[in-house]
Ligand binder design. Structure first.
Ligand code: C5P
Length: 220
């Protein structure tokens, strides 16, 4: 069977990366977490003492930012200029600034180009916000994953606890809503369901059920 491209988009904490990783492993495909790339740029901006709203300074930093991925013992590792930043990119300071960085044209142009390079031979599962609409508009399979904000906040809350990051549930819910608002209302490539994407509401569904639902679309 030909190696296809699978685009998985949706709002924050809808379970995209969890199911994308499982699917990629089952199909022996590459998995690309594009959110981690926007997070790595955000971390680089903060580490360099640049204010996230200074788009010119952010743009000037981009050529010096090298982002890499490696398979670790407990999952995929994210590297920024050779340093392991897997945990650092999940810290609240990065999470709360990433949407502002991701709304900037220079950042999107640069990262979309890098993502298309990863995807040019197919055999990839990519998750993000604009994969089906901008990064891989010709992807054979496009999925739009959604879930209620309560469920998404609960998932992120449990995930944070397991990583030792302590957060208040209501604060987390508010942050998710704010990030969704910024991601859906930005001018360039806002989060929107592609016309040819299949929408799956994962509220109340197990991870296995979601993976099965996507496999059904792949095999249809
Ligand atoms: O998927 P994750 O929650 O890690 O993404 C972090 C942020 O990166 C999103 O809230 C969004 O602002 C941005 N993003 C994006 N386009 C993508 C992936 C992520 O704008 N393809």
């Amino acid at each position: 069977m030909n190696k296809i491209s699978i685009a998985i988009d949706g709002p924050a904490s809808a379970g995209k990366s969890t199911v994308a990783k499982i699917l990629a492993k089952k199909m022996c495909y590459i998995y690309l977490d594009t959110g981690a790339m926007y997070r790595a740029v955000t971390l680089a901006v903060l580490n360099n003492g640049i204010s996230p709203e200074k788009a010119d300074e952010v743009a000037a930093l981009l050529p010096s930012i090298e982002i890499g991925f490696e398979q670790g013992k407990n999952g995929q590792l994210v590297f920024l200029n050779g340093a392991d930043v897997t945990e650092a990119v999940r810290q609240p300071e990065v999470t709360n600034n990433v949407s502002q960085i991701a709304a900037q044209e220079a950042v999107r142009v640069d990262l979309v180009k890098r993502q298309q390079e990863y995807g040019k031979h197919g055999g990839i599962v990519m998750d993000g916000r604009d994969i089906g609409t901008a990064v891989l508009p010709n992807a054979e399979v496009k999925i739009f994953l959604v879930a209620s904000v309560e469920e998404r906040a609960e998932r992120r809350y449990q995930e944070n606890i397991s990583k030792g990051i302590m957060t208040d549930f209501e604060t987390l819910k508010k942050e998710i809503e704010e990030r969704d608002f910024k991601d859906t209302t930005r001018e360039i490539s806002p989060l929107v369901q592609a016309d040819d994407a299949v929408k799956i509401d994962t509220t109340g569904m197990s991870i296995e059920d979601v993976v099965n639902a996507i496999e059904n679309v792949v095999n249809a």
